[in-house]
Design a protein around this ligand. Structure first.
Ligand code: GLV
Length: 323
């Protein structure tokens, strides 16, 4: 008889054999996430939960899991989980940092370049049969090399984006937590948020979603940006107010935006944002390289198994549970 019961909320690109040696594992087989009520029901009888950012793991659910020993999230961000509630129950929460840093920075860079040089519009125009000849003034975009980049949040992914920007000889500003060591090694300059908005040609968001960053990009922020600026968001959708973004893009307060994350997700097909030519939207695929997703799955299983065995999680977001 297995010692533990585990619920995994989606099929993963991972070998579950080692986990199955110590636990009875149930994997949710559908493409859509398990409904909240079903997750609640499952949580009543499990020792370990492996969840995704699409699962709402709130206080009620955590308190329902009376035998729950570990929550392991397949993502670096964990704003879908009530960490305080888990900590109150001394349940460690695992996540998957580092392995997705470069993949996500690459994708932010891909979006920045695609928006600056109007790659998606070019593809649409070509498919619509509108490529008639070489023209001096068609689809003119923004210059990337030598421009000023504003990074909101210089964590692991923000730093990886800064390293890419160096290759493009950009002036790099950042806001968030100040780090003098990084200012020297990455040649980045700390500035207040308003100054970053005023001076940046490109603004890229790499901050977690918190009460402070919720709708950080609203009417006020857009009004302070350059009219030629391009916004890139690969962090969390709710950092940008979608109605304010629509106003900014239609009024010309900023030139363009590229979003890999939206509020809500998925973006409703009827969203007025999807009618805009100067917006690129992708379906939250920042970390979606094959290797990265495999490493994330391995890491999430390692966190889960450590938690079941009563060992310290290799990557724990609430280490205070061990005090
Ligand atoms: C994806 O958005 C993640 O947080 O890993």
């Amino acid at each position: 008889m297995s010692q533990f019961n585990v619920f995994i909320t989606r099929q993963l690109p991972a070998d579950l054999n080692p986990l199955q040696q110590i636990a009875t594992v149930e994997v949710w087989p559908e493409r859509q996430p398990p409904p909240y009520d079903l997750l609640l029901e499952k949580t009543k009888s499990i020792d370990g939960l492996l969840c995704l950012l699409t699962d709402r793991v709130d206080r009620h659910l955590i308190d329902t899991g009376t035998s729950l020993k570990v929550i392991s999230q397949l993502a670096v961000g964990y704003d879908n989980i009530d960490i305080a509630a888990a900590t109150a129950r001394t349940i460690p929460v695992g996540h998957t940092p580092d392995v997705l840093t470069n993949a996500t920075a690459d994708f932010a860079w891909a979006l920045l370049m695609a928006a600056a040089r109007r790659v998606v519009e070019g593809d649409r125009l070509t498919r619509a049969g509108q490529w008639q000849t070489w023209e001096p003034d068609v689809l003119l975009g923004a210059t990337i090399t030598g421009a000023t980049l504003g990074i909101v949040g210089l964590g692991r992914i923000g730093q990886a984006v800064a390293r890419r920007a160096q290759g493009f000889e950009m002036q790099i500003l950042y806001t968030g937590h100040r780090n003098l060591e990084l200012e020297r090694s990455l040649r980045v300059q700390f500035v207040p948020f308003e100054q970053l908005l005023h001076e940046s040609d490109f603004v890229t968001i790499h901050a977690p979603l918190t009460a402070e960053t919720h709708h950080l990009f609203g009417d006020r922020a857009f009004a302070q940006m350059k009219r030629s600026a391009i916004l890139v968001n690969t962090a969390r959708g709710a950092i940008v107010d979608p109605d304010a973004l629509h106003r900014a893009l239609t009024q010309g307060d900023i030139a363009a935006a590229a979003l890999d994350v939206t509020e809500p997700e998925p973006i409703p097909t009827a969203s007025p944002l999807l009618t805009l030519e100067n917006l690129i939207v992708t379906p939250h695929i920042g970390s979606a390289s094959r290797q990265t997703r495999e490493k994330m799955a391995q890491m999430a299983i390692a966190n889960l198994m450590a938690g079941l065995g009563g060992d310290r999680l290799p990557h724990c977001v609430n280490p205070e549970v061990y005090q």
